[in-house]
Design a protein around this ligand. Structure first.
Ligand code: DO4
Ligand code: MG
Length: 328
């Protein structure tokens, strides 16, 4: 159903990195050595194979997200789960916690993001006004199948000169627009492309390998990340080159309200992930380079690590042609 991710992820962990998983229960997507994917529940130190459940709604994220949240919770809390086969973490790799869900982003939801955009942008006022406007900034980040797994290689564009990871609380909602759970997200972005012209936002945000999610989905009934701490660490050649901390409570908007605006005029029958914006932007002296190790930890949600790589670019350009009508 999904393209083979092995070709573009190279360095992902050969086993499930248990030390990166949250203490709370979490839904994980796993890949077997034979290449088949399955859903598992991480609970009480064990991985339970949901693909062996009698109820087929537990076999995929797509099926679970079609149900109302109360039904999803009832299935995941059922006693039958403890009797499901236990999976060996060394025999599986972690996949990103997404199937056919779209990934969306919210922007300028923290003061630090507003400040950083105003620093880089030619059109500064739009960031100041969207920060305080009733309508939030929401943008399409990518299709679910493009998301890079934990341990996978996150991209920077060769036609960008200034790139940063954006560590963000990611919220998963179901077909009914109800919040189902949370994970850590990386909204990798080009500051130089967005800074040149805000209409280039899609190219600054949406390109190969620009998004990673994981390690797993912590159900909304197990965690309340309203004040959770978000930590970003960047290492280069085994040295820490940057680290910083923010709190979800620094956000000027409420994650569930951002989700409700996303669904307001846009049904999402498979649900969606929403990156809720960054409260951490490294200083202007930092730009991501191939080989940098990006680690994002959100309190209660586990740890997401990725290694930066440069993606390819065909060199294509589309300059304006002088024969087209020009303004008077
Ligand atoms: O306005 C551009 C995007 C901002 C963003 O991605 C963020 O604030 O996290
Ligand atoms: Mg962002």
């Amino acid at each position: 159903m999904y393209p083979d991710r092995k070709t573009d992820t190279g360095v992902r962990a050969a086993s499930v990195p248990l030390h990166h998983l949250p203490a709370a229960p979490a839904l994980l997507r796993l890949c077997s050595p034979q290449g088949d994917s399955r859903l598992a529940l991480w609970r009480d130190g064990a991985l339970r194979d949901l693909s062996a459940a009698a109820d087929a709604d537990l076999h995929s994220l797509d099926a679970l997200l079609r149900l109302p949240v109360g039904e999803t919770r009832r299935l995941l809390e059922s006693n039958a789960i403890a009797a499901l086969p236990e999976l060996d973490p060394d025999a599986f790799e972690l996949l990103p916690p997404v199937e056919s869900q779209e990934v969306w982003g919210a922007g300028v939801t923290y003061f630090r993001s507003r400040e950083a955009r105003m620093e880089e942008a030619t059109e500064k006022d739009i960031y100041a006004s969207v920060y305080r406007a009733a309508r939030p900034e929401l943008f399409f980040k990518g299709a679910g199948w493009r998301v890079i797994p934990p341990g996978g290689r996150i991209g920077i564009r060769p036609d960008s000169t200034w790139d940063v990871p954006e560590p963000e609380l990611a919220v998963l909602s179901n077909a009914h627009g109800e919040v189902i759970g949370y994970t850590c997200g990386n909204d990798m972005s080009s500051r130089s492309i967005e800074g040149e012209n805000p209409l280039y936002l899609a190219q600054a945000k949406v390109y190969e390998a620009s998004c990673s999610l994981g390690p797993g989905i912590v159900p909304a009934w197990h965690v309340h990340p309203a004040t959770a701490r978000i930590d970003l660490t960047i290492e280069r050649a085994d040295q820490e080159v940057y680290s910083s901390t923010a709190r979800v409570s620094d956000m000027v908007r409420v994650p569930a309200e951002l989700v409700s605006v996303l669904y307001a005029a846009y049904p999402l029958p498979s649900g969606a992930w929403l990156l809720t914006g960054t409260g951490i932007v490294p200083p202007s002296t930092y730009t991501a380079r191939a080989g940098d190790v990006i680690t994002i930890e959100i309190e209660g949600l586990g740890v997401l690590t990725n290694i930066v790589r440069q993606v390819t670019h065909t060199g294509a350009q589309a300059p304006p042609h002088l024969t087209a009508p020009s303004p008077p």
